[in-house]
Write a protein that binds this ligand. Structure first.
Ligand SMILES: [Zn+2]
Length: 149
């Protein structure tokens, strides 16, 4: 699989999350052209504020590998990660972070606390913002518009 395909799969996870009534964010963890884990937000379903797409994908990948670190693995997520997920990405030692839409309200990579620039952050992935940004943003806008109407 090529990189855009991983993001396409993350977008599918985001769409599936929207259908479940969750905020539409999806994440994929890949290594060497293979999907290791994929997930969408499940905070409502699991009644768990930590059940963000990135957290669920990281947990699944670590479980599969029986490892606490995902060295050499890449994360694709449709929305800029929040502070919690940025922390988890760093702890997991993920190699690259590809994300779609920037999140002015909740993001912590290019917005907010910019976690990866903090001196207390001990592992910084290579960061590639803006991948499939438009598609990810359209999904989110549609979701929040529907909830308002
Ligand atoms: Zn998060």
């Amino acid at each position: 699989m090529k990189r855009p395909d991983f993001m396409a799969l993350a977008l599918k996870e985001a769409e599936a999350a929207a259908l479940r009534g969750e905020v539409p964010v999806g994440a994929v963890i890949a290594s060497g052209g293979t999907v290791v884990a994929s997930a969408g937000n499940r905070t409502r379903e699991l009644a768990d504020p930590t059940a963000h797409a990135e957290m669920l994908a990281i947990r699944e990948a670590c479980r599969k590998l029986s490892a606490e670190r995902l060295t050499g693995h890449d994360l694709y997520v449709t929305l800029e990660p929040c502070a919690m997920c940025a922390g988890a990405i760093s702890f997991a030692r993920l190699r690259r972070l590809y994300f779609g839409a920037a999140d002015e309200k909740g993001g912590a990579v290019v917005n907010g606390v910019r976690f990866f620039t903090s001196p207390t952050c001990h592992h910084v992935p290579d960061i590639y913002p803006g991948m499939a940004e438009t598609e990810a943003a359209v999904l989110l806008k549609g979701f929040f518009r529907e909830r308002r109407d």
